[in-house]
Write a protein that binds this ligand. Structure first.
Ligand code: VGL
Ligand code: ZN
Length: 234
């Protein structure tokens, strides 16, 4: 399955109770970065535009930020004789190992310089536990340990989330899937994401799993804002 096989919603109008989650728009995932996603930078203007419109409606924008320790166990360099993209299955790690990326405090962990970070009302960091990865913005890869995003969204009465960012087949996928699993309505914005594509079936696996979990797919030009449904400023 590929993105072109996916049925998209005709249109959706953001309303009170919605939030926009922008996943891992960091230098290391951009062309030239340590874990570069092809064309990862091309989605920055579209995300900026969408964040602006959420902001104008007084709807929250939340970022996630991949935030690893040095020698994090998801890095190939932490395993003798292993290379990035080598298959590796171990609780909380895998299905492949990664190049060193998004190390806490490094330039690679910073957001893309053109991303309008001022729109974000909260930033949830993840992946800081040395021996366990966290692809999802909600749960670490043990599928139990909370990042705090769920509590944040609940305390702000958010029940529907729009997700975009990097990467389609990892952190955006797991954020969308866990969101659906936790009972959020999830709108996956398919033109504001790009895939890593490792291993080979990662994209089809992500798309099929999200469909099974009831995630809905929408293109950014089908997100239609209604000025009359603007949330009142407090
Ligand atoms: C990601 C692999 C490793 C992502 C993060 O943001 O999708 N992928 N760390
Ligand atoms: Zn990572």
């Amino acid at each position: 399955m590929e993105l072109t096989d996916i049925q998209h919603k005709k249109g959706v109008t953001p309303r009170e109770g919605d939030g926009l989650i922008v996943v891992d728009m960091q230098n290391d995932f951009m062309p030239g970065g340590a874990l570069a996603v092809d064309n990862g930078d091309t989605i920055v203007p579209g995300i900026n535009n969408l964040m602006k419109r959420f902001n104008e409606q007084n709807l929250p924008v939340i970022f996630t930020q991949d935030w690893h320790t040095e020698n994090h166990k998801s890095f190939a360099s932490a395993h003798e004789g292993k290379e990035p993209n080598d298959p590796h299955e171990e609780p909380g790690i895998g299905p492949v190992l990664w190049p060193d990326h998004c190390v806490q405090g490094s330039e690679g962990a910073e957001f893309h310089p053109d991303l309008k970070t001022a729109y974000a009302q909260a930033i949830i960091r993840k992946g800081y536990n040395q021996n366990r990865d966290s692809y999802s913005g909600f749960l670490e890869n043990d599928h139990k340990t909370e990042t705090g995003l769920d509590g944040y969204l609940q305390s702000r009465d958010i029940s529907r989330i729009f997700v975009c960012g990097l990467a389609l087949d990892y952190c955006v996928f797991f954020t969308a899937a866990d969101g659906a699993g936790k009972g959020y309505e999830v709108q996956y914005i398919t033109d504001l994401t790009m895939p890593v594509g490792s291993p080979e079936d990662s994209v089809s696996n992500a798309l099929e799993t999200m469909q099974e979990k009831g995630v809905e797919f929408v293109k950014s030009d089908a997100i239609i804002f209604d000025k009359n449904s603007k949330v009142k400023a407090v």
